[in-house]
Design a protein around this ligand. Structure first.
Ligand SMILES: Nc1ncnc2c1ncn2[C@@H]1O[C@H](COP(=O)(O)OP(=O)(O)OP(=O)(O)O)[C@@H](O)[C@H]1O
Ligand SMILES: [Mg+2]
Length: 246
């Protein structure tokens, strides 16, 4: 079943006299439960695509459909609702609040949503357990390693039981070992919670954890690789990057 779809999705930024086309007529489809990686050189439109998929920004033309519903048909309130309850975001720089503990950071979306956190204690504990950080629940971000901070961010992304998790370079700041741990965790959580993941990355090793890899260049999809359940071989990804000069 298709959960996310874009049709002729286009985003142009007007910079004075010059128009920059960040996305150019992108048709893209994601099935429920899929883990899709988006690759491409710097400036190819990866983050722009992710922002449009999550309703963080609006297209210039074309459409994003979530479960068949066009996002352009939603009011501002409905878009906010969607961002809070249907989508989880993970960013390169974790975006944790420095004064809050790990548990409080995981619960932050609930606080923003005016939900009583006390009632969700066991949910927060489950999520911290899932990412292997129950013993660190009272630690502040500056008392955690980069990989641990990103695991807190992953737990936070799942707190509202999102249908879709959008991750922009989630391992961009991690060494390869913590990066692998984070990716394993993402893949596992995605499967266990039947969530769909769209992850942007520069790194072929990170992309190899996905079920499918989509390559962007100059705002267009130029290639796709798919390989069933156990990810796409790194070498195939690297070969495509060389062939397409990505
Ligand atoms: N707010 C903006 N205003 C003007 N131009 C923008 C804006 N955001 C992005 N762009 C331009 O759109 C293009 C795509 O940007 P985008 O951030 O999507 O690239 P990216 O693939 O995520 O790159 P990176 O790998 O460096 O993060 C770039 O040419 C960029 O300069
Ligand atoms: Mg980017």
């Amino acid at each position: 079943m298709t959960v996310l779809e874009t049709r002729a999705l286009t985003k142009t930024y007007q910079m004075g006299e010059v128009a920059v086309t960040a996305l150019d007529c992108v048709d893209f489809c994601v099935q429920r439960g899929e883990f899709v990686a988006i690759m491409g050189p710097s400036g190819s439109g990866k983050s722009t695509l992710l922002h449009l998929l999550g309703g963080l920004d609006y297209p210039t033309s074309g459409e994003v459909y979530l479960n068949g519903q066009p996002l352009s048909g939603l009011s501002d309130d409905e878009i906010t609702e969607l961002r809070r309850h249907k989508v989880g975001f993970i960013f390169q720089f974790y975006n944790l609040l420095p004064t809050l503990s790990a548990a409080e950071n995981v619960g932050l979306p609930l606080i923003i949503d005016n939900q009583p956190v006390a009632r969700h204690r066991s949910l927060l504990e489950d999520l911290l357990k899932l990412v292997g950080l129950v013993e660190r629940s009272e630690h502040r971000p500056d008392q955690l390693s980069g990989g641990q901070q990103q695991r807190v961010a992953i737990a936070r992304a799942f707190v509202n039981q999102p249908e879709i998790v959008l991750a922009d370079e989630p391992t961009g700041n991690l060494d390869s070992r913590s990066g692998s741990a984070v990716l394993e965790l993402l893949r596992k959580t995605c499967r266990e919670r039947c969530a769909t993941i769209v992850m942007v990355t520069h790194d072929p090793r990170a992309a190899s954890y996905a079920d499918r890899v989509v390559f962007l260049k100059d705002g267009r999809i130029v290639h796709e690789l798919a390989n069933g359940v156990e990810g796409v071989p790194v070498q195939r990804i690297a070969d495509v990057m060389t062939q397409l000069e990505l």
